[in-house]
Write a protein that binds this ligand. Structure first.
Ligand code: SUG
Length: 420
């Protein structure tokens, strides 16, 4: 008998974290372009979130930051760090792999016809700065989930079909270890902004994961949501076990989608947040739906691990107070401070990839304990730059600082095989 559990793998926020405004359609990234960033504070905020979730009794893992600046990528573009144009240099420096929800799509073993957990690394090809993440992510997935009796790690879907991983994927199930239904959310149009998840990529992932047709659903993101800044579905909807929590404007064909969900998974509890209570604008500004919706081991009730921005948005906080006072599955609200990541459009849920598996079959180097987080914090305190100003991205000396910082972390976590 295996002990399947949901484990949240957070991306450790890398030493080159900066605000270069690289993500068109991501309002926080555009608004904060050119600000100074605080990589040390950012990484410590991420670690504090992991500690908070461990304290709730949740299982926690992590992924290492990638090797940045990505000199190999610059070389493939026929340039170097010193001579690259500023937008290309910034893309080479991006710490965007922190948003592990975009690392891969995961189908737990009970959903797949072959009884294995399937992971497909996301190609992230719509945004240049993210398009070169997958090799470094793939290497870590291959290491962490090397046990081929339990896992299959797939290559990314080939271009031209953009795939953004778990940010556009939801799962409903009676409990994590039981067979569920999987909802693949794609975009067709986003008005002025790109739709990042292509329907063909979603279909390819579902096929490769050997999911049965009667337990998958393909849903279109609403154009209105993408145009309002919901560049990923996980900015307007989140699911956990039998609960779907979504904004009224999240999906293109809401009624048809809800009917299909109810047909394929009759136990579902759908909580729709109406526009007249929380506007799309407030939902996106506060990242209400980018909460981690989790089941608490102590009593089986559900909690939302929310960004503090949700607490600071009156319409959102008052809606949530009414919600938990009522008779729904969500009973607890836990605001966490991840402001450095939020300023680039990444909330608590963006920072983690959910994997349902038996922790005993995962490489333990990727699993968090309070002691390991102490060791990681010490490396961050000693090596992560306190501040990165826009000018420093033009200065090649930043390179040594961020490369040495990552090296120290890999050594502390005994993961030096990931060095290059
Ligand atoms: O892809 N921001 C990320 C945020 C990803 C959030 N992930 C989820 N919703 N799952 C993105 O837009 C900003 C980087 C910059 O502008 O430098 C950035 O890439």
């Amino acid at each position: 008998m295996t002990k399947l559990r949901e484990i949240n793998f957070d991306g450790i926020i890398g030493p080159s974290h900066n605000y270069a405004g690289l993500s068109l359609g991501n309002l926080a990234s555009s608004t904060n372009a050119g600000e100074s960033s605080h990589p040390r504070e950012a990484a410590l905020q991420g670690i504090a979130k992991m500690r908070h979730n461990i304290d709730l009794g949740l299982a926690q893992g992590f992924f290492m930051p990638l090797d940045r600046p990505n000199i190999g990528w610059l070389k493939a573009l026929g340039t170097t760090l010193a001579s690259a144009e500023p937008h290309i240099r910034a893309a080479a420096y991006s710490a965007s792999s922190m948003w592990a929800a975009n690392a891969a799509t995961v189908s737990p073993a009970p959903d797949s016809e072959d009884g294995k957990c399937h992971l497909t690394a996301a190609n992230l090809q719509t945004m240049p700065h993210r398009s070169h993440e997958w090799r470094g992510i793939f290497a870590q997935l291959k290491l962490a989930f090397a046990d081929q009796q339990n896992f299959t790690v797939h290559n990314p879907v080939p271009p031209p079909f953009g795939d953004e991983g778990a940010a556009n994927h939801m799962r409903l199930c009676a409990s994590h270890g039981e067979t569920g239904i999987e909802i693949f959310v794609y975009g067709k149009s986003g008005g002025p902004f790109p739709a990042r998840q292509h329907q063909e990529a979603s279909k390819a992932v579902a096929r490769k994961h050997a999911l049965s047709d009667d337990r998958i659903i393909f849903a279109e993101q609403s154009e209105k949501a993408i145009a309002a800044g919901a560049f990923h579905n996980d900015v307007v909807a989140v699911a956990n076990e039998r609960v779907l929590f979504a904004h009224e404007d999240a999906f293109a064909h809401r009624e048809e989608l809800y009917a299909e969900i109810q047909y394929k998974f009759p136990e579902v509890e759908i909580i729709t947040v109406p526009t007249d209570k929380v506007s799309l604008e407030d939902a996106i500004k506060s990242y209400l739906f980018n909460a981690q919706l989790v089941t608490l081991p102590k009593d089986g009730g559900m909690a939302l691990i929310l960004p503090t921005e949700a607490e600071a948005t009156p319409s959102v906080w008052s809606y949530l107070q009414d919600l938990i006072a009522g008779n729904c599955a969500i009973q607890t609200l836990c605001p966490v401070d991840v402001r450095q990541s939020m300023a680039n459009g990444g909330g608590p849920a963006c920072l983690r990839l959910r994997i349902v598996a038996d922790p005993d079959v995962i490489d333990p180097r990727f699993l968090a304990t309070p002691e390991k987080l102490d060791a990681i914090s010490a490396v961050v305190e000693n090596y992560w730059p306190e501040t990165i100003t826009p000018d420093q991205l033009l200065d090649t000396s930043l390179q040594d600082t961020v490369k040495n910082a990552r090296k120290a972390l890999l050594q502390a976590c005994a993961l030096t095989e990931l060095e290059s």
